[in-house]
Design a protein around this ligand. Structure first.
Ligand code: NAP
Length: 354
């Protein structure tokens, strides 16, 4: 019997995020792997030969024999059809060309890459926070569509702050990340830089972490997204941890809020989403003094829940907390899949039938 699930083309299938996406699709109720694509180094080879599988569980998650396609729009349309759904785990510079070419060709692309996250035409979405921003798609100039999910540090921070922002409004946020090694892909950063060391992020991670929460906590207006008006400062650091990004945040709110009230809002946060990858609850509050920890908490809610802890008074800013998410699941592959689920439930995949 043929598989009735919707096929997804994984772009960047051999990388850290691509592998996670393939692993998640093996058991997904709505979607399955349709085709795989990666660089010219991998194209033309069977997936099991092109990919160095880095995850636990069954290597290649049942798709080891699929051929890897090149990541060029014309080849992808030839190989996977004129209308298709793609999950992109491409490096940003490659995504900038390929993703828009696919949207122009009629594909619906859900992307992890940062290339279009700040583009006013493209929604940057965490379904539990700003599902309504998806309506930007109605104004996109392409027959297909392009949707992005945030950076893996913006994700736990935005989710943890959303209930507080809705209740009392954010005025200023200072945040510092402690980021896992898997966040840099494979092979990622050099062992020399990572082992027994802590390294300030040399790239543009801090700019992304400072910009993205304001966009997602903003509102959809006539002329696009109106950013939330709080100020935000971010510092990002790589630490020798395998999976799970921890963020420490100090927060000033527009009206006073006690740590107890903030914890209660976070604990009772219920976006009312009924999607297969949406964890219930979305946010966990851990009252133990030494939590959250990446090793112990990154897999909460099958890697899709965000754990918040140490919600306490801050002498400088008013309130402080830690939050944590699994970077390749909630911060990347799981986030894109959740956006694909939202697209389906909002009817945006109907255009693939046209
Ligand atoms: P990665 O492990 O380095 O994988 C990169 C993937 O892109 C590989 O499949 C690679 O294929 C392919 N690729 C590289 N150059 C290419 C080219 N010129 N043309 C076509 N394909 C090319 O990286 P990753 O960690 O999976 O990250 C993927 C994307 O997700 C990045 O944009 C990253 O910023 C974003 N992201 C990552 C995380 C995370 O936690 N890792 C979180 C959020 C967002 P080959 O194997 O053939 O070279």
């Amino acid at each position: 019997m043929s598989d009735p699930r919707i096929p997804i083309v994984i772009l960047g299938a051999t990388g850290m995020v691509g592998q996670r996406a393939i692993q998640l699709l093996a058991e997904h109720p709505w979607f399955r792997v349709g085709a795989l694509a990666a660089s010219s180094r991998s194209a033309g080879r069977p997936y099991r030969e092109a990919c160095r599988w880095n995850l636990d569980g069954e290597p290649y998650a049942g798709v080891g024999d699929l051929p890897v396609l090149p990541c060029e729009a014309s080849a992808l349309v030839r190989g996977a059809g004129a209308r298709a759904l793609a999950l992109s785990a491409l490096p940003s510079d490659v995504a900038r060309t390929v993703e828009v070419a696919l949207a122009e060709a009629g594909w619906v692309v859900v992307s992890n890459a940062s290339a279009f996250r700040a583009d006013p035409r493209v929604p940057l979405v965490i379904p539990e926070v700003n599902a309504d921003h998806l309506r930007l798609i109605d104004r996109q100039p392409w027959p297909g569509a392009l949707v992005t999910n945030p950076n893996c540090t913006s994700t736990p921070l935005t989710l943890a702050l959303a209930p507080i922002h809705r209740e009392v409004g954010l005025e200023a946020v200072c945040a510092a990340s402690y980021q896992a090694v898997s966040g840099a892909g494979y092979p990622g950063e050099s062992a020399w830089d990572l082992l027994a060391n802590v390294r300030p992020h040399p790239g543009d991670e801090e700019q992304k972490m400072a910009a993205e929460p304001k966009r997602m906590l903003g509102t959809l207006g006539q002329n696009g997204i109106v950013q939330a008006s709080f100020s935000m400062s971010a510092r990002c650091v790589r630490v020798p941890v395998v999976d799970g990004h921890l963020v420490a945040a100090q927060v000033r709110t527009r009206s006073t809020i006690t740590p107890e009230r903030a914890a209660s809002l976070i604990r009772s946060f219920d976006p009312g989403l009924d999607l297969p990858s949406a964890p219930r609850p979305t946010l966990l509050v851990d009252d133990r003094r030494d939590r959250p920890q990446p090793r112990l908490d990154a897999s909460a809610g099958r890697g899709m829940a965000v754990t918040v802890g140490r919600i306490e008074p801050c002498e400088v800013m008013g309130l402080k907390l830690f939050c944590l998410a699994h970077n390749t699941l909630r911060g990347a592959a799981g986030a894109a899949l959740l956006n694909a689920e939202l697209l389906r439930s909002e009817g945006y995949l109907e255009r693939l039938k046209g």
